[in-house]
Design a protein around this ligand. Sequence first.
Ligand SMILES: NC(=O)N[C@@H](CC(=O)O)C(=O)O
Length: 393
Amino acid sequence: MPHFVWSKSFSTRGNMAVRALTSVQAFTRLPFSVTERCNLIHTRASKTELVITQPDDWHLHLRDGDLLAAVAPHSAQHFKRAIIMPNLRPPVTTTAAAVAYRHSILKALPPSSSFDPLMTLYLTDSTSPDEIKLAKKSEVVHAVKLYPAGATTNSQDGVTDLFKKCLPVLEEMASQNIPLLVHGEVTDPGIDIFDREKVFIDSVLIPLIKKLPELKVVMEHITTADAVRFVESCKEGSVAATVTPQHLILNRNAIFQGGLQPHNYCLPVLKRETHRQAIVTAVTSGSRKFFLGTDSAPHERRKKESTCGCAGIYSAPIALSLYAKVFEEAGALDKLETFTSFNGPDFYGLPRNSSKVKLTKNPLKVPDAFSFSFGDIVPMFAGQTLEWQPALV
Ligand SMILES: NC(=O)N[C@@H](CC(=O)O)C(=O)O
């Protein structure tokens, strides 16, 4: 018979401290289902462990060349699969290019790795419906990414007018059941940068789902209460959202705290605290519509600390610790696995992983930087100490 000991610091939703409960009988008083109880393993009051189904990362930038070789092992260490963003130079616009890119990723992994890169195509004004048919047949391409032209890193070849240029392609995607992944920001320089997501929802996403209700859409890296409301208002299984660690943990003050902080600059840009709180509430509610997508986006230090710095936060090596921190602080650790490991594969129609990851509550010092022959990559939370160390079981 297993013997559970709860640490005093572990709290349920509503911040009610749970005192050390040392019997299974006492354990049954807690508001968790049998499966959830089994996933929470506590060995000693001072050392808390959590075993969850191995997560996937549903939004990841792996780059190519030296950068790919440097960062791919970090993601493969904890995640089983990842949706790989296609915003390379040149972008991954064809199935043939996606297949070739997938081979390069596999070559960059340690020989023992079973990491599975799920590829995407970069939508352009001239993507053809036939390319979508090829993508579906390949079984390698799992989604198509919409970058409004000029919205973010390497988006210059993106879409200039979704409804005028891409409708036949979107119709083909709907009929082939290929999801559209959306960078949800308008690019009109007349729109304030903090309002670009809301204006995109009103002017593009709402008309899009009215026109093509059968198209599956993932609103990537949501940043606002408006996006939360939009996703919650849509049909489950049709529209979902990925959520990054930075948009759960930081608000826009973090970009300017004590001086300009280039490593906290990403797109969509961090928003005000009320938006952050709305996103935390949404993901920790247990909703099926939100899932893990780090948007881990490495850039060399010199490209971040520059007169015109790149947007992107590198979180892959510490992302699981950060998500666990968010769920713990919300008193919702029992909902972590749904968000990290169930909602994503269920939305994409893929099997859930059978492998497990154990998170152990031990101090975890984040390096100041990861150094490579080509330069440094500075991670999110550089130099700080986190808890919840992940390891494959
Ligand atoms: N997140 C970012 O700030 N940057 C991403 C692109 C993107 O997802 O916008 C990148 O590729 O660098």
